[in-house]
Each structure stands twice: as C-alpha cells, then as structure tokens.
Design a binder for this molecule. Structure first.
Ligand SMILES: [Ca+2]
Ligand SMILES: [Ca+2]
Ligand SMILES: [Ca+2]
Length: 497
C-alpha cells in the first residue's frame, strides 16, 4: 500500500480508540496526521485479538471517505477494496421478554466467531464486524458463506428467533462494466443495481453497543445514563441527526418518548457517542434508542435504526389509582357538553392519561397526571373510559356510563324529491327548518364535494341553488345548532343532461 510506505502510523496517538471485535480490549484506532498542510486520516484495526494492527484504511482527501485499504496475512500486506464488512441481525422475541430465560450463544461467520452472548436475551438490532480473515477465502470466485448460531444452557427452549439478517460490505471502489446506449444510461444502470448503494447515509445503532451507567440494585428515582454509539454505514456524512430515547410500555401500548437529542455530525467511520439520562422507576423496562424517529432523513436503510436495552428497577411496582370526579356513573345530561375530570395517582409518578368514548380512539394527554376538559357527546347511551399509566408502564382503567338526551337540529328537504331526475346542471334545494332559532349554520354539498355555507338569518324555509355533476350523487344538508351539535339530511339525485 503506497501511502503506508510514506508514513509510520503511531496508533498510540489515536484521537479515537474503541473496541469493535468481540468487545474489549481496544482494537480500533483513528489517527489524524498533517503533512505539508495536507490532512491524512488512518484507521487501524486488530481483527484477531493479538494487539497488532492487521487491517488499515486511509483517506487523503479530508472528506472522511477511505480510498485505501489493506490487510495483513502471513506477515505480508495486501491491498483490498474492502473497508468494512458487517453482519446485521434483527432479533425479535414473539412473546413477552419475561417468558424467556437468558442463554449463552456464539455466532460464527465461516467458522470465525464474530459474536458472543452471555446469559442474555438478544432483542433488537445488532451489527457484528466480520474480520477480513473470514472473508478472503474465496478470492475471485463465488463465495459460499455460512452463518451459524451455537447456543447452550437452553433450559428447554431455543430462543434465537430471526431470519432477519443482512451482510453489508463497504468498499473503496469497484470496477463495474455495463453495456448501455449512452453514458447517462450506463450510469443509471449501475446506480440501479439491486443491493448496491453509491450515495446517501445509513445511520445505525446496535443493541450490543448500548450501555447503562448502573445495571444492578437499581431503585426508584435514581438518575441513570444510557450511552449508545451511532454509526454511519452509508457513503455520505450525515448532519443534524435526531436520536430519541423511548420507553416501551407493556401490553403493546404506544411507547413513550423520554427525550430527544440532535447529533450535529455523524462521520462515515467510527462511533459517534450519544448519551441520555433516564430516571429509574420500578419494574422491568425496555429502553430503545431510535435514530430519526420522525423519519425526516433520507436513509438508505431503516433496518438498523433501533436498538434496545432492558433494565430492572426494584421497589413497589403496583398499578396507579384513578380518581374520576366527573362525570358520575349513570349521570344524565340534557345537553352535549360533558366535563371530564380525572386524576392518576402513583408512587412512581404518572406517565400518561387517556380517555375514549365507547370504542373510539384513546385521546392521550402525555406527561400529565390529569384530564380536565370539556367534550361534546352525541345523544344516546355512552361509556367513557379513562386510563392512567404510571411511570413503570402499568396501566389502570375505569369507566363511567352516561346518558345524553337532547334534541338534534332537524329539517325536511322539500325539494328535490328522493331519487329525483335533474335535467340541467344546477338544482334548486328547498328546506324547512324545525327550530330555526336554534340553528347557527347551514351548509350543503353534492357529490362529496366541498361544503358551501348558505346565507341564513333564522327563517323557516330556505331555498338555494347548487351546481351539480352528471350522474347519480348524494345531496347533503348539514345543520349546526348553537350547542355545536350537527345533523345531516341526505337525498340521492341523478343528473342527466
Ligand atoms: Ca491483529
Ligand atoms: Ca439506517
Ligand atoms: Ca406504580
């Protein structure tokens, strides 16, 4: 490797050192050198654990992209276009974590051990670097790769559940030959090659790279620090990357975002550390680090954007109490405005308050221990459900039955008749309002188009003209009374011209 002939790289002077292959000791070094005003970046790796660098990458352009790469074998250096190879795996547990027993497992790639799990239950995204020694068997030929999981202490079950993995190679450059009619067509053909990426960023976070400041004897209220390393596996550096810490809740409820940070810059090689703080609450929790949770970045792959760590905190872990002061159970209302007053009480604090009407969607009030608001409920019998979730993720719900009895606004469509055949492109509509003094607004539309607000000043009978389309279509009139209650009257008409 020409560039290395000109330099002696002192790996001890590294600005970044980390451990990549089978955790501990340090086996990855980044060295920056300036010579004659030019900046050079070197990455050295010890991929076989003998504390001697055997895999080197170099950049002479100060853009973070590696143009040179070489590996040593039998005391000799060989140039290669491979910079990095990763086996990415997503582990999933189909049932609750608590129904599994931790186990030991090793993962082999072509008989090279690339990962070890001790007494653990892998879940989430993992990435394991593959040493070049495991890849260079079949140079210039089609390679047959094997991935093997050897597990022990299974105590009655085989738990690794995944078929969800991908191999990722990062290369300096690749010679590609295509036949096409023009240069542009040739470039497009290359860029569209399935499985190849030539630009963009691909941020990743790994469950095997997450740590917590303390993991045993945790008690309620302790401030803990969650650390993760963000990697960029793409071809372009990434800027302004949002990373969130999210606490999963049991029972499949929507996870809660604990905090969010913005990482200004994620370079192409090496780890970018991020830290979150989290206050321990009783119970067993899954904390997820999620990159770009709102999907704002153009990412080459979202396969690797979530990693997970579990923590167990001692202390009383009981569901919250719920105090509902309004409405009362069985309460009857003669108008539609219903006051909701509820409060969650828990020793570890309330994370979330929710309510819903009958089978509707839960309305969430995050970070509050109270619901205090007025809602509009349509006439009839209803059940209002309230739910409080404590900071440990325990939900508790309770409900109130109510009856709402009042008159909805009503009217009669005098013309046109139901099923009327209209032989022009407008229709004249006449309606009789039953209680005009109660009505504040009248709107109409045809064929599911835009609502048209009608001029109305309290008269009993209202006549107006609407433009119509050819064909069968609904004609709808909407009334809104002073309590905000809506009513709709519908006709079907057919227009033939
Ligand atoms: Ca080595
Ligand atoms: Ca990604
Ligand atoms: Ca609790």
């Amino acid at each position: 490797m020409d560039i290395l002939d000109d330099f002696q790289v002192d790996w001890e002077s590294a600005i970044t050192k980390t451990s990549r292959y089978l955790k501990d000791p340090i086996d990855w070094w980044r060295v920056i050198k300036t010579e004659n005003g030019r900046k050079f970046e070197f990455i050295g790796e010890d991929t076989n654990g003998d504390q001697v660098v055997d895999f080197i990458h170099a950049s002479t352009r100060a853009d973070g992209r590696m143009e040179f790469s070489a590996f040593s074998k039998g005391g000799k250096w060989y140039d290669t276009n491979l910079i990095e190879a990763l086996l990415e795996i997503n582990f999933s547990l189909p049932w609750a974590r608590s129904s599994y027993v931790p186990y030991n497992a090793d993962i082999y790639f072509n008989d090279f051990k690339i990962a070890t799990f001790i007494n653990s239950l892998p879940e989430g995204h993992y990435a394991f670097p593959i040493p070049p020694g495991a890849i260079f068997f079949h140079e210039n030929t089609e390679a047959d790769y094997t991935i093997e999981v050897k597990s022990e202490h299974l105590r009655g079950g085989h738990y690794i559940v995944t078929s969800d993995f991908q191999l990722l190679y990062r290369l300096t450059e690749v010679d590609t030959y295509v036949i096409a009619e023009s240069r542009e067509a040739a470039e497009k053909k290359v860029l569209d090659t399935p499985g190849f990426r030539f630009k963009g960023s691909d941020l990743s976070v790994n469950s095997n790279d997450l740590s917590i400041s303390k993991s045993v004897d945790l008690s309620h209220g302790e401030r803990l620090e969650i650390s993760a390393n963000i990697h960029n596996l793409g071809m372009d550096p990434a800027k302004e990357v949002t990373v969130a810490l999210v606490q999963s809740l049991p029972g499949g409820a929507n996870p809660i975002e604990v905090s969010k940070i913005i990482v200004p810059d994620v370079p192409l090689y090496g780890p970018t550390p991020v830290k979150f703080s989290w206050t321990a609450v009783p119970g067993e929790h899954a904390l997820k680090v999620i990159i770009d949770p709102d999907k704002e970045l153009e990412e080459n792959s979202r396969f690797n954007n979530e990693a997970l760590i579990t923590v167990k905190v001692g202390g009383k872990d009981t569901p919250p109490n719920l105090e509902i002061t309004s409405p009362e159970d069985g309460q009857k209302f003669d108008q539609p405005k219903i006051r909701l007053e509820a409060r969650g009480i828990d020793e570890s604090g309330i994370l979330l308050m929710e309510y819903r009407i009958d089978g509707g969607l839960w309305m969430q009030r995050k970070g509050a221990d109270k619901i205090s608001e007025e809602i509009i409920v349509q006439p009839g019998e209803h059940t209002i459900y309230f739910r409080a979730t404590d900071c440990s993720g325990n939900p508790f719900s309770s409900s109130r039955k109510i009856t709402v009895d009042f008159k909805q606004p009503s009217a009669t469509i005098v013309a046109p008749d139901e099923g009327a055949l209209i032989k022009q492109n407008t229709v004249v509509v006449t309606i009789n309002l039953d209680n005009p003094a109660e009505i504040v607004n009248v709107e109409a539309r045809v064929a599911d188009g835009a609502w048209k607000e009608l001029e109305f000043s309290g008269e009993n009978t209202l006549s107006f003209e609407l433009a119509v389309e050819v064909g069968k279509q609904p004609l709808e009139v909407k009334l809104i009374d002073r309590n905000g209650i809506e009513a709709m009257i519908t006709r079907t008409i057919e227009v033939v011209v």
